[in-house]
Ligand binder design. Sequence first.
Ligand code: CTP
Ligand code: MG
Length: 230
Amino acid sequence: PRLWLIVPAAGIGQRMQAEQPKQYLRIGQRFILDITLSRLMDSAPFSGCMVPLHPADHWWPDTEASGDSRIQTCTGGAERAESVLSALHALAEQIRDDDWVLVHDAARPCLHTRDLSNLIDQLYHHPVGGLLASPVADTLKRAGTGDLPEVLETVDRKNLWRALTPQMFRYRILVDSLEAALAGELLVTDESSAVEFSGNMPVLVEGRPDNIKITVPADLALAGFILSRF
Ligand code: CTP
Ligand code: MG
């Protein structure tokens, strides 16, 4: 099977509260989106890459990636899952059912090459696929609601993981799972949750915890620090 890449970049970065979507903020001289895309494209033999963009996006032509003929764009949707599905549909003519699709957030520029190659090597012969994940380090509380919610219980963190990206799935399983999950209005915050709902069992490959998603302003400085130590 061949390897394909989808990098959803159609979000507006509401929690970042910046002038432009966070994938178009710069770390050093470069757009976050360019750091993310070049790291991925330089590290694995992808047959192609699809980047869903917001319909009102006008920054893409300023990226380095826009000059890379291996990278194509399509129009994303209102939810992340819809953006990924639109990219999958855009690949339909070129891709085979058992080919691999890796989905990686544009807002995760700190992916290490070793984690990427490890994910591919570990899953390449698997029937379904899986994702990078990192064991939970904090003590976890389940609580009620309100301004000062009461603790209901401490959740045992043994066997609890943080889901990261890339997430890597067989094309047909991923398309069918996302279509079913969206039609059923299920809560799909990553590809794995949709695949789980369809009755398949993704597997976890342990990845580095510093593969962070840039979400709030403080994450920008943190990502800059992490990248400076690469
Ligand atoms: N994304 C997307 N299409 C959407 C929503 C999100 O392609 N409709 C992408 C984002 O661009 C980002 C990744 O999915 O690369 C992870 O989403 P998130 O961190 O939530 O980014 P935003 O939705 O942009 O941020 P926020 O939720 O704070 O608005
Ligand atoms: Mg979002």
